[in-house]
Design a binder for this molecule. Structure first.
Ligand code: NAD
Length: 504
């Protein structure tokens, strides 16, 4: 394809408000330069969901582009791996400074391509910075260890890079989720090929240019734009040694299987259906504030969002406070749009079906923002769901709270435990005993007490259980470093020891 129209640099994103602002088309970043796909394929529009129109286009890649990116990574990686770990981490120090300095610009870019409101986008960038800071700290904690195992014989363990590694990310956190993977993988001495979501390919482009400016050698970070074809080519490529994935469960499971069958390490995080336990002794204000923030934040498009509220016993006074608080939220100001028209239709379809099946819609966001353009759904609460209703069972991924009434905690455990997902769960109570009982019984990897979104902050690792995670360990924190590196064990002896046996 012609390269005439490809910019040398995409530079800054100009928006400083919600006003519609177009940007550069999304292209591949290979060997430190923007590239068009080697073969002409589909070009998709990147919609600003608030305005419901295209702010850019994305040129989809394929196996030939994956091969070019992987080979660029392979030829640069040896030299990069020879940099001392501290020097590699210094690139992240400089990236961190740039991200802090340009936080508003990055937040506007995230907000425009994803739709989340500016304050949520800024929180995403802040969390991304925290992940970068974890990467900066690695030289202080990744020293490996050494022990004299017999007289004059020492065993040493060091962390070695894998080579070229890759990842694919979802639409809901365009900047943060890539930064769940990159700091550990890069400081670990690898080259990385990233495939961002084709719905939000722009923030990663800004990150690529910032990494270059921060001193990352060309070829160590590459982007191949696209969808399924690119993910599958990365899973199959013999030079890709590990694959990190974050997205829906169906795809996470398939990708885990494909990458594993190709002999790669894989860690694939999937979808969620998070249950909140509310008991009668819960603090009304704390519960209402946290439950509402949890199910409406990022328009419910978070894998940590509240989805089912298990109302244990008589908690009508708390449910009323939850409803009143959510009813005050203004679409466009307090809550952003959802990602696409199709997502909007899917979400409202769940609400329609629950209503038809006899549940009560006590707060109805189906008509929110109807005249405004864009893809809007307001906060919605469905009371009287039964556990077998799709609204109480499936991941809806929108600002919808399905309330299931249960007489006892035991019944609540039964419902939560029967759900195949296992990402997050929270309890709202003033009783330490109830908190401990719930925390020890729920089938979830990330649990909260009186908190709506129990995200483990760095250095604690992020990761779920059951159908929310395929592969071992967490994607962030120390587990992330272990995932993107391999251990080299060196046993040394520098003196003859005639009195010892073969193990010495
Ligand atoms: P998605 O699964 O549709 O897409 C994720 C990535 O996979 C994208 O890069 C996409 O291009 C690619 N992809 C899509 N179909 C594919 C296929 N058939 N084969 C190979 N690759 C494919 O997810 P999404 O809609 O972008 O994101 C929302 C989902 O991600 C939700 O289910 C949410 O719970 C989940 N999520 C999970 C976490 C977590 O930490 N567990 C975090 C964020 C989002």
């Amino acid at each position: 394809m012609t390269t005439a129209s490809i910019p040398a640099t995409v530079g800054r994103f100009a928006a400083t408000s919600d006003a519609f602002t177009p940007w550069h088309d999304a292209r591949h970043w290979i060997g430190g330069a923007w590239r068009d796909p080697g073969t002409r394929r589909a070009v998709l529009e990147v919609h600003n969901p608030r305005h419901g129109k295209a702010m850019a286009r994305v040129h989809l890649g394929g196996a030939d582009d994956v091969d070019a990116a992987v080979r660029a990574g392979a030829s640069a990686q040896r030299t990069w791996s020879e940099w001392p770990i501290r020097d590699r981490a210094h690139v992240l120090y400089r990236l961190r400074e740039m991200m802090v300095r340009n936080i508003d610009e990055l937040s506007w870019l995230v907000s425009h391509e994803n739709g989340k409101i500016f304050s949520e986008a800024k929180a995403e960038v802040e969390k991304g910075i925290e992940c970068v800071e974890y990467g900066c700290s690695l030289p202080n904690i990744a020293a490996g260890n050494q022990l004299e195992v017999s007289r004059g014989v020492a065993c040493e363990v060091a962390y070695a890079p894998l080579g070229v590694v890759a990842g694919a990310t979802p639409f809901n956190f365009p900047l943060m989720v890539p930064l769940w993977m990159l700091p550990q993988a890069l400081v670990g001495g690898n080259a990385f090929v990233m495939k961002p979501s084709e719905r939000v390919p722009l923030s990663t482009m800004r990150l690529a240019e910032m990494l270059k400016e921060a001193g990352l050698p060309d070829g160590i970070f590459n982007i191949v734009q696209g969808g399924r074809e690119v993910v599958e080519a990365l899973c199959d490529h013999p030079l890709v040694k590990a694959f990190g994935f974050v997205g829906s469960t169906k795809v996470a499971k398939a990708v885990y299987g494909r990458a594993s069958m190709a002999g790669k390490r894989a860690l694939c995080l999937g979808g969620a259906k998070n249950h909140l336990f509310v008991v009668p002794d819960a603090d009304v204000e704390v519960t209402a504030e946290n439950v509402v923030a949890s199910f409406t934040g990022c328009a419910g498009q978070r894998c940590m969002a509240a989805s089912v509220l298990l109302a244990v016993g008589d908690v009508d006074h708390i449910l009323k406070a939850v409803r009143d608080r959510a009813a005050k939220m203004v679409p466009g100001k307090d809550i952003g749009p959802v990602t696409t028209q199709a997502a909007r239709d899917r979400i409202t379809g769940y609400v329609d079906a629950a209503e038809k099946a006899g549940a009560r819609i006590v707060l109805d966001g189906r008509k929110a923002g109807a005249d405004a353009g864009g893809y809007w759904v307001g906060p919605t609460i469905i009371d009287g769901c039964t556990p077998d209703m799709p609204a109480a069972r499936d991941e809806i991924f929108g600002p919808v709270l399905s309330v299931v009434r249960v007489p006892t905690l035991e019944k609540a455990f039964e419902i939560e435990g029967a759900n195949p997902y296992g990402n997050a769960s929270s309890v709202y109570t003033t009783s330490g005993d109830i908190a401990r009982r719930v925390m020890s019984r729920v089938e979830a990897g990330m649990c909260g007490v009186n908190i709506g979104v129990p995200v483990p902050r760095e250095p604690f690792g992020f990761g779920g259980w059951n159908d929310s995670c395929f592969g071992a360990g967490n994607i962030t924190g120390w587990d992330g470093y272990r995932f993107w590196t391999r251990q080299r064990k060196i046993t040394s002896k520098w003196a003859l020891q005639r009195d010892q046996n073969w193990m010495s």
